[in-house]
Structures are given as structure tokens and as C-alpha cells.
Design a protein around this ligand. Structure first.
Ligand SMILES: Nc1ncnc2c1ncn2[C@@H]1O[C@H](COP(=O)(O)OP(=O)(O)O)[C@@H](O)[C@H]1O
Ligand SMILES: [Mg+2]
Length: 451
């Protein structure tokens, strides 16, 4: 496996390097062309200037001399018959005279000639401009300007040297930059990989500290969140096992002690009957508890699919109340039920409401009052179940939906509200509780309704 670090490094560096090389080559060409282009132009303007002097019969000698000196070259002027009139400046081993002879005819015929001569044996290049001085469209003189290119060449060379130095510096900087870049990219990734390995080996306390505010930072954040929720989940699972084991042990030990008493044969027949009845009761409780545990874990693992139907909540609640007729004893249940339709799983919703109503029954005195209403509130169906029982301590309120919660630690709480809550949440609803110690409780089940 080639690591991202190396790949990133190679890509970045070679890209920058290629760009630098291309720039370097281009730059060299442009500079050389720029220099010789501007040389030709200035030679043309010099020649035009001299030509102006000649055509207006002014004395051009001083000007020509100046020009020859300033370009460190040579200026010659021929008359229209091809006779050399004047010549100024540096002698260049006769090559200027030779060039002049070669192109004199062409210039005298009225054409401007520009030529760059490379003479290898002299290892220097000379640019020559032949310029016809015209008066009334007639050539009256030929002007030659020779400019050695050696100055330009060395100028170009100097510039290229500077650029080369810049190029080397830029290469070094990009070399280091690519290294730092690839490092800074891969460091957080390595951190994340390390953390993910820790998590997979069961250490959910790891947190990645990545300051990046980009996709990598987001990934680190997500992994942190994952670790957090895994830890949460793990805690829940541990609690659940601990609580469940505890809850199952109590009835089992009761059953065992009753059975032992019967087995010992010290009880009279009346007592045997009583103890046997208790065993049956505890077994039922145990059975219920096991069913509830199974149901809740199925609900929570998402193993239950909602069998959605249109439900008339009034009819559903009336059915539940009929079934609880015996259980409620002498308590009075006041109802104020509107016809409200909601989409839901009939069986599960029945379970949820039953759990809450049974709680209300269990927590009111034998002649207490229970109030049940169903009302439409905008897009919501609100089913309120309240009682005039002892209420719930404010400090306990946040916990009553937890498994096995009981404010009375001696008596184990059940799973009724936990199951009801899970079912209502599956229906995209929620349960709200209002209660004050001593003044009853109100449970409000709020479900999305179909108007
Ligand atoms: N109507 C109510 N009035 C007072 N306390 C209640 C009421 N409903 C629930 N509770 C409290 O919430 C706890 C959890 O209820 P639940 O989950 O149904 O378990 P269980 O009813 O088996 O104890 C109960 O033990 C009780 O303390
Ligand atoms: Mg209950």
C-alpha cells in the first residue's frame, strides 16, 4: 500500500515542479524575443531620425556618431549611387562592410532590410538594419546601423541566471511545502485511524482532538460522537442486564422460599393452599416481567414493524376501559372523549394507553378519581389521563420512563412506562407528564392525528 502521505507529496511536488520548469522555458524565450524585438525597434527609430536629417539637408554627422557610440556599433551612410559617404563607430573586422555590400542594392531599391548575422568564428552576433532615406518617393541615401548582440546576449544570460536562482528557490520551497502539506493532511487521518482502532477494541473513552474545520474535522467529530453513543449504548446494556437479573431474582427467591416451606411439611392444609396461591401469583408476575422485558427489547431493537391502520382513538379508549372494569374497583373514571382519528398500530397503542391507565388506577386510593379525555389540537391528538392520587415527586419525573424505575426502592418498578414511551415514540409522538407531590398526575399522550 502506498500511503496517502507519499502520494500526496509526490503529486504536489511534481505538479509544482512541472509548472516551474514550463515557466522557466517560456520565460527564457519571451525575454530573448523581447530584447531583440526592442533592439530592432530602436534601430528603426534611429535610422528614421537620421533619414529625416538627410532629407531635410541638415547635418546628420553628429547624430550618427552619437547613435553609433550609444549602441556600441556602427552607422554608415551611402548616397543613391552606392558610394559610401560617412561611416562612424566601431570597426568590426570588415564584416559590416561586407554585409552592407550584400544588401546595399536592396536598400537602394527602397526596401528596409533587417538581418541578424551569426558568425561562428567570431562568436558574436550582429544585427544590421538597412534603411532607405526617401525624398518624394525617391531613395536619396541608404543608412546602415549595425548593433552587436553581445550586450543583449549577456543581459539575457544575466536575467536567466536570476530566474534560475528563483527557480531553484521555488523548487526548494515547493519541496518543503509539499512535505508539510502532505504531513498536515495525513496527521489527522492517522489520529482518526488510531482512535477507530481503539473504539473497535472496546475503548469508548477515546476522543480525537482535531482542529480542522473541514471534512476531516467533521469525520473526527462523527467518530467522537460514535464513541460517545457506543459508550452510552454499552452503559444501557449493562444497566439493563443488571436490573433485569435483579428483578428476576426477587420473585424467584420468593417462589423458592414458599416451595421450601411446603416441602418441609410443617404447614397445615390452609397454609399450603395460601402458599401455593402465592407461588402461582409470583409465577404470573415473573411471566409478565419476562414478557415485558422481551417486548421492550424488541421495541428498542427496532424488531417490531408498525401495522398501521386508521384508528378512532375514542373507540380504542372505550374498549380499554371496558376491559379494566373489574380492575378499577370502586374508582370513578370520568371520560370526555372526542372522535379523533390517528394512524397507528392498534395493538401497540392499546398497550401504551393500558399501561398508563393501569398506573393511574394503581396510584389512586380505592375510591379515587381518574379523568380521561381525547381532544384534537391542531395537527395533534392529545389524550390526557389524570388521577387525583399522590402524584410524583418532581425530582423523580425525569426517571419514570426508565426501566424498572420506582420511587419506592424497596418495591421494584416495572417496565410499563418505558414500553408506553417507546410505542408512542415509534408513532412520532411524545408523552408529557405534569405532576406535583400530593396533587395527582397528568399524563398526556400526544400523537400526530389525521384531521
Ligand atoms: N399515575 C401515577 N401516579 C403516581 N406515580 C406514578 C404514576 N404513574 C407512574 N408512576 C410512577 O412511575 C413509576 C414507573 O411506572 P411503570 O413504568 O408503569 O412501572 P410500575 O407501574 O410497574 O411501577 C411507578 O413505579 C411510579 O413510581
Ligand atoms: Mg405500571
Amino acid at each position: 500500500m502506498k500511503s496517502i502521505k507519499v502520494k500526496l507529496y509526490l503529486y504536489t511536488f511534481s505538479m509544482v515542479f512541472l509548472i516551474l520548469v514550463a515557466t522557466f522555458i517560456l520565460q527564457g524565450n519571451i525575454i530573448e524575443r523581447g530584447f531583440s524585438g526592442s533592439l530592432k525597434q530602436s534601430m528603426e527609430s534611429y535610422a528614421a531620425e537620421i533619414s529625416k536629417y538627410i532629407t531635410s539637408n541638415r547635418n546628420y554627422q553628429y547624430l550618427a556618431e552619437q547613435i553609433a557610440a550609444s549602441i556600441n556599433g556602427r552607422v554608415s551612410v551611402y548616397d543613391s549611387s552606392g558610394t559610401l559617404m560617412e561611416s562612424y563607430g566601431r570597426l568590426m573586422f570588415g564584416r559590416t562592410a561586407r554585409t552592407e555590400r550584400e544588401i546595399l542594392g536592396e536598400v537602394l531599391s527602397g526596401r528596409t532590410v533587417y538581418r541578424t548575422d551569426q558568425r561562428n568564428f567570431q562568436r558574436s552576433t550582429v544585427s544590421t538594419l538597412g534603411f532607405p532615406a526617401k525624398k518624394d518617393d525617391k531613395v536619396i541615401a541608404a543608412i546602415f546601423i549595425h548593433s552587436p548582440l553581445s550586450g543583449i546576449k549577456s543581459e539575457v544570460k544575466n536575467t536567466m541566471k536570476n530566474i534560475l536562482a528563483l527557480f531553484l528557490i521555488a523548487s526548494a520551497v515547493s519541496f518543503a511545502g509539499a512535505y508539510l502539506l502532505s504531513n498536515s493532511f495525513t496527521r489527522p487521518i492517522l489520529k482518526i485511524t488510531g482512535a477507530a482502532k481503539e473504539i473497535s477494541s472496546g475503548n469508548y473513552d477515546v476522543r480525537i482532538s482535531v482542529e480542522n474545520r473541514d471534512e476531516i474535522g467533521e469525520l473526527a467529530q462523527t467518530i467522537n460522537e460514535l464513541a460517545k453513543s457506543l459508550k452510552n449504548y454499552e452503559n444501557l446494556r449493562r444497566d439493563f442486564i443488571a436490573n433485569t437479573t435483579h428483578e428476576l431474582r426477587t420473585p424467584i427467591s420468593i417462589i423458592k422460599s414458599y416451595a421450601e416451606a411446603i416441602y418441609d411439611g410443617i404447614l397445615n392444609s390452609e397454609e399450603v393452599k395460601e402458599y401455593s396461591y402465592s407461588i402461582i401469583e409470583e409465577s404470573d408476575k415473573l411471566n409478565n416481567l419476562v414478557n415485558e422485558i422481551l417486548e421492550l427489547s424488541k421495541l428498542q431493537s427496532g424488531g417490531i414493524k408498525l401495522n398501521l391502520k386508521m384508528i378512532n382513538l375514542k373507540i380504542l379508549l372505550e374498549g380499554i376501559l371496558k376491559e379494566l372494569e373489574i380492575l378499577k374497583g370502586d374508582r370513578t373514571i370520568h371520560t370526555d372523549l372526542d372522535d379523533i382519528a390517528a394512524a397507528g398500530d392498534e395493538e401497540l397503542l392499546k398497550r401504551a394507553f393500558t399501561n398508563i391507565i393501569i398506573n393511574a388506577v394503581n396510584h389512586t386510593g380505592p375510591s379515587g378519581n381518574i379523568y380521561i379525555s381525547s381532544k384534537q389540537n391542531g395537527k395533534w391528538a392529545v389524550i390526557s389521563i389524570s388521577d387525583d392520587g399522590p402524584g410524583i415527586d418532581e425530582r423523580d419525573l425525569p426517571y419514570i420512563f426508565n426501566r424498572f424505575f420506582s420511587k419506592d426502592k424497596r418495591r421494584a418498578g416495572g417496565l410499563g412506562l418505558a414500553i408506553a414511551n417507546e410505542i408512542v415514540m415509534m408513532h412520532s409522538g411524545r408523552i408529557e407528564v405534569k405532576s406535583k407531590k400530593g396533587s395527582g398526575s397528568v399524563f398526556m399522550v400526544i400523537l400526530p392525528s389525521v384531521p
